[in-house]
Structure formats: structure tokens, C-alpha cells
Write a protein that binds this ligand. Structure first.
Ligand SMILES: Nc1ncnc2c1ncn2[C@@H]1O[C@H](COP(=O)(O)OP(=O)(O)OP(=O)(O)O)[C@@H](O)[C@H]1O
Ligand SMILES: [Mg+2]
Length: 341
């Protein structure tokens, strides 16, 4: 076992090639300190699910190492499975069983005692607001209910390290927020978490650090504000009552900030690396020239903009169906339902 201060997850130069062509992982390395959340971001096909599958022992890498709480996941997959939970991008629960049966089955696979299995299943069904649906087969569950059950299944054995691969994809905003609070609760209790998602708001809220990967490689890493600051897209944004005023005011604001003011409809943007100083200069200039201003703010780039500038793509570019087919074409997918729990 690793010392408490050691990272809970250490990934070192993982390489995974499919059919000798697709280099899904091309030397990925990252660490997750114990008790923290890493947001793994990347466009479709970047290698996120592949990395999660290697870490959760569902897939063997061609080379490189991965350790979870000090256990080598390639050399000791059985031991590794005892300390990890996985809620997959493609929910791994049995359609024909009821919610209760699914969780009890997972408890059995995790060697929980008979009484404890039922007790834990009941507790989780209540926690995830599924108590009323406990006796219904999953065929009758909505997408959101399945997602919740999938996450509940990952928690049966109270794993110290949890992998959530797009846990809220397809959920309505209400269910997503509910799941966020469940996840935040787990983190508060000390769970170490790796989270992949297409929703940047999700990492902005939940992740301590963000690792952006593309083409199987880490392209950048840091906290959300570090990534935003590194992009350097801070600007003073002034909104005017109409476009005509915006154009005239932009003329008046020339020479302020780091670049020529840019007019976008009724908004004028002045790029800056010294936000406060530029803001007060803009305010002074507007006061002396007397233009009417609707609003004024100093704005950091959103995480979406950071992502776009790093990868050249939106986080959700491509379709879920495409990646779904890739998964189904893989013979190892079948193991995702049971072994891991
Ligand atoms: N079983 C497989 N057989 C062949 N190629 C695969 C297989 N699994 C993944 N790939 C390929 O590996 C690359 C990485 O896929 P992966 O599923 O890890 O991406 P991802 O980042 O999870 O994408 P998404 O955002 O769509 O879930 C893609 O090019 C994909 O086509
Ligand atoms: Mg994926």
C-alpha cells in the first residue's frame, strides 16, 4: 500500500495500439493525489475511455505502467479491482434484473456477506432516489435512472478510487446537478476520483486539476484557472446600447490594452494581460468621451474557449454513436459488466 501522501493513481507512459493502427494511447502520463479529483478532458477519440479501461484492468496496455493505491494494475489486476469502482460511459448493468438484484449481484461479486449485500443495496437505492423503483427490471428505467444505478453499482464496495467515464452524459440538467452533489459528497468523504466528461462546467465544478489529452497524449495540465490564465484570453468587455456607438467608442479606446479593440455587434473587447489597470483606463477613457455604456466587465476565457484553442475542437464534437460502435466492436467490452465491481 502506498503512503497516505503518495498519489492514489500514477499513470506512466501508457501506450495502447488497436489493430496495429490506431494509437489510442501514445505515452499518456498523469498522477492523481489521494482524495482529489482529476478531470480528464479531450475530444471524441482522444483516448479517455481507453485510459480508464487500462486503469480499471479491462484492457492491457502495450507498454507503460499504471498504479492505483500502489498496486500495479497490469501485474495484479485482481488486487487492483478490489480498490477501484467504475461507472462506465456505457452503463454496465443487467437489463433483465431489477435495481435491487443488480446491486445485490454486484455485492456478491465483491464478496460482501449476504446480509451486508442487501443492506448496502437498500442504502444505495435510497441515496440515489431509486428506492421506489428497486423492484422493477432495468428495462423499465429511464436513462437517468440507469445512470444513477450504474454509479450506485460502482459504489457497492466503497472503493477508495473511483473512475467515472462520462457519468452524466444524457442526463437532464436537474439529474446532472443531483449527481454532481452525490459525487461532491463522495469526494468530501475522501474518495479519489478520475472523471471524464464532455461538460466543461462539470470539471469546472468538481475537478481539482484538469488533464487535457488529444491523440493519446497529454497536451496540458493544471487547475481550471491556470488553464484559463495560460490561454491569456482575458479581456475588458464593454457593451454599448447600439452598434453605431460601439464602433465610435472602439475608435476612442484605441491604444488601450494589448491589441486593437475588437467590435462584435454591440460589444467591444480590449485584450489585456494586466486586467485591472486596463479596466480603469477603459473606464476613464469612456468617462471623458461620454459614451453611454450598458455594461462593462473583465472577463476570463471560459473553459470551452480554452479547450477549443488547445484541441481545435469542441469538447462534444463527433457523436456518441460513433464512439459507441468502437466500443461494441471490441470483444473485451463484455467483461465490463461484472469483473470490476
Ligand atoms: N476496441 C477498439 N478497437 C479499435 N479502435 C479502438 C477501440 N477502442 C478505441 N479505439 C480507438 O481508440 C481511440 C481512442 O478511443 P477512446 O474510446 O479511448 O476515446 P475517448 O476519448 O473515450 O472518446 P469519446 O469522447 O468519444 O468517448 C479512437 O480513435 C478509437 O477509435
Ligand atoms: Mg470515451
Amino acid at each position: 500500500m502506498a503512503a497516505p501522501s503518495a498519489p492514489a493513481v500514477v499513470v506512466d507512459a501508457l501506450v495502447k495500439t488497436f489493430k496495429g493502427e490506431v494509437r489510442a494511447l501514445d505515452g499518456v502520463s498523469f498522477e492523481i493525489p489521494t482524495g482529489t479529483v482529476l478531470g480528464l478532458l479531450g475530444p471524441n477519440g482522444a483516448g479517455k475511455t481507453t485510459a480508464v479501461r487500462v486503469l480499471t484492468t479491462l484492457l492491457k496496455p502495450d507498454s507503460g505502467n499504471a498504479h492505483v493505491v500502489g498496486i500495479d494494475v497490469v501485474a495484479h489486476p485482481e488486487a487492483a479491482r478490489r480498490v477501484i469502482g467504475l461507472a462506465g460511459q456505457y452503463a454496465a448493468v443487467d437489463e433483465g434484473l431489477t435495481g435491487m438484484e443488480n446491486l445485490v449481484l454486484v455485492g456478491r461479486l465483491n464478496h460482501l456477506r449476504r446480509s451486508e449485500r442487501r443492506w448496502r443495496a437498500t442504502e444505495l437505492l435510497e441515496q440515489f432516489d431509486l428506492a421506489e423503483a428497486a423492484g422493477r427490471t432495468l428495462k423499465t428505467y429511464s436513462g437517468g435512472m440507469r445512470r444513477r444505478l450504474d454509479l450506485a453499482a460502482a459504489l457497492v464496495a466503497r472503493p477508495p478510487v473511483l473512475f467515472l467515464d462520462e457519468p452524466t452524459t444524457g442526463l437532464d440538467p436537474r439529474s446532472r446537478i443531483d449527481l454532481w452533489s452525490v459525487i461532491a459528497g463522495l469526494v468530501a468523504d475522501g474518495t479519489t476520483l478520475l472523471l471524464t466528461t464532455q461538460y466543461l462546467e462539470e470539471v469546472d465544478r468538481l475537478a481539482d486539476r484538469i488533464c487535457v489529452i488529444d491523440h493519446g497524449r497529454v497536451i496540458t495540465e493544471g487547475t481550471a484557472s491556470e488553464l484559463k490564465a495560460r490561454l491569456g484570453g482575458t479581456a475588458v468587455e464593454v457593451v454599448f446600447p447600439d452598434e453605431h456607438t460601439a464602433h465610435r467608442a472602439a475608435e476612442a479606446m484605441r491604444g488601450l490594452g494589448d491589441a486593437e479593440p475588437v467590435v462584435d455587434g454591440i460589444t467591444v473587447r480590449v485584450a489585456t494581460t494586466s486586467g485591472l489597470a486596463t479596466t480603469s483606463e477603459v473606464v476613464r477613457r469612456l468617462e471623458t468621451t461620454g459614451f453611454e455604456v450598458s455594461s462593462l466587465q473583465l472577463r476570463q476565457p471560459s473553459l470551452d474557449e480554452v479547450f477549443l484553442s488547445l484541441t481545435g475542437r469542441e469538447p462534444s464534437s463527433g457523436t456518441q454513436e460513433e464512439s459507441g460502435n468502437q466500443e461494441v466492436s471490441d470483444g473485451q467490452q463484455a467483461s465490463e459488466g461484472t469483473g470490476i465491481r
